[in-house]
Design a binder for this molecule. Sequence first.
Ligand code: C2E
Ligand code: MG
Ligand code: MG
Ligand code: MG
Length: 284
Amino acid sequence: SAKDAGRCGYAFYREELTSVAFERVLLESSMRHGLDRQEFVLNYQPQIDMRTGKIHGVEVLVRWEHPDMGLLGPMKFIPAAEELGLIIPLGEWILRTALSRAKAWCEQGHHCGVISVNASAVELQQRNYADRVIAVLDEIGFDPKFFELEVTEGLFLGEFELAAKSLRRLQDYGVAIAIDDFGTGYSSLSYLKRLPIDRLKIDRSFVQDIPGDENDVAITRAVISMAASLQLKVTAEGVETEVQRDFLLGEGCDIAQGYLFARPMPEQEFLFWLENHTPLADNS
Ligand code: C2E
Ligand code: MG
Ligand code: MG
Ligand code: MG
């Protein structure tokens, strides 16, 4: 009968709701414990000046060594951390850890240039975000000139002016601002004028098929020349082949990141790489 169906429907709905809520609680507590138990780890990927082959900087990329699920990449847990609000303590841990490690390397004589940290759009919706970042820089005694924040166009889904204000404050303090995954988000180009931006990172999806794909070639060229006209610096993401490197260099893009040069590495491996990396013979 209709009544039975209704009852069944209701029972089914309630059960599903409960299990989703339950999974959320599990994930939340497992993430909180993960933070307490130091299960999150940072990897470091060099950014290379292709003209000289020397290191320009390093991007910090988080992973989760989950006790049951093994090593998890950020796409597996960052969205949940954003939804649960846990990106705030996680983001702060990432920032503090990255800057203190980089400071220690520098004191040991390892120079890695600019350290780039990804900031979630959710973090940028925090009213005191800039103050908190500045407090961490001060606490560690880290020169903001060697620090860059990577933000995505996801920023525009939230309160734009709030995020823009934080970014302006950080830039005034000496921090560089990079737009990550440039060209893939929801935004109009007008924000390039309205935001304090130092650098565009050309998304890997455009770099992947150059120089074979005419559209990607055209887009990449356009981004590089637009960046030059707006006096923005530019980095290419996901450079995997020499052909891509040569094309980008030819177009005037000098900084790149990708498997051609190095993968993201745990700290010890990264420091070993740094020690043993030899820039191009003809330029160094
Ligand atoms: P992203 O910031 O655009 O980082 C670059 C991603 O491209 C990294 O993936 C990196 O491992 C990958 N990659 C680098 N070179 C190559 C290449 O040559 N080929 C290919 N196929 N991939 C390459 P990963 O580490 O999985 O990070 C994915 C995304 O997760 C990041 O994209 C970023 O949006 C987010 N993420 C990573 N770490 C953090 C973090 O500490 N905080 C926040 N909020 N987000 C993070
Ligand atoms: Mg990034
Ligand atoms: Mg990116
Ligand atoms: Mg990306």
